[in-house]
Design a protein around this ligand. Sequence first.
Ligand SMILES: Cc1cc2nc3c(=O)[nH]c(=O)nc-3n(C[C@H](O)[C@H](O)[C@H](O)COP(=O)(O)O)c2cc1C
Length: 214
Amino acid sequence: MDLKVLYKLTYGLYVVGAFKDGRAVGCVVNTCFQITNDVPRVAVALNKNNYTLEAVKENKRFSLSIIAEDTDPSVIGRFGFMSSRDTDKYEAFGMEVIDYVPCVKGKFCGRLIAEVEQTVDCSTHVLVIARVVDTVEGNGVPMTYAYYHNVIKGKEPKNAPTYRAEEAEVAAGPKRRFECDVCFYVAETDGSDLPEDFVCPVCGVDRSHFHEID
Ligand SMILES: Cc1cc2nc3c(=O)[nH]c(=O)nc-3n(C[C@H](O)[C@H](O)[C@H](O)COP(=O)(O)O)c2cc1C
């Protein structure tokens, strides 16, 4: 079976926000889709290792912020590659509480507030099925997963259901390649070192977090 065919499934990108023991936590997901319309419901797949799943199960209510093409990409770096277990992910961006759930501040296409109705155990992940109880308008063009990969050159961590193991081992090219140890973004140069003031375009860390690969 050629699992690469799965790469052709399309997705958007979202930030899930929830409270856990009074703290705002959250993570990036791509696996979100609408299920029903009359009573609007969405489903989100969350990895069992993600702290956000514990928060969603505990509070049964979460926000879903729809990432735009021009949302600050360091939101993806922070919410997608770090854990709320040991990081306050909202610190750098600010947070507002809407309908009792935390929402990261910034430019988003819109937000949904959802209440958990049921969860389905899917071995490594849990599918969370939730009723949409409120919406907040935003603006911008929704970022697709393809845009994230092709334009932002972003990757995903192992906890993402769509983690692409093969792509993590890309063939060596004639250029020099440097990988970020936080979000695995790969910067290419035409043979030179990374500039002193280089900053990761995805997660915002400085050059000291990059090491040469290949
Ligand atoms: C592009 C991208 C897509 C992701 N998609 C998912 C997803 O659909 N489900 C999931 O559980 N984790 C996904 N992740 C991984 C989580 O965001 C990541 O493991 C995060 O660090 C979990 O944080 P937490 O421990 O605070 O919950 C994705 C990450 C990225 C960068």
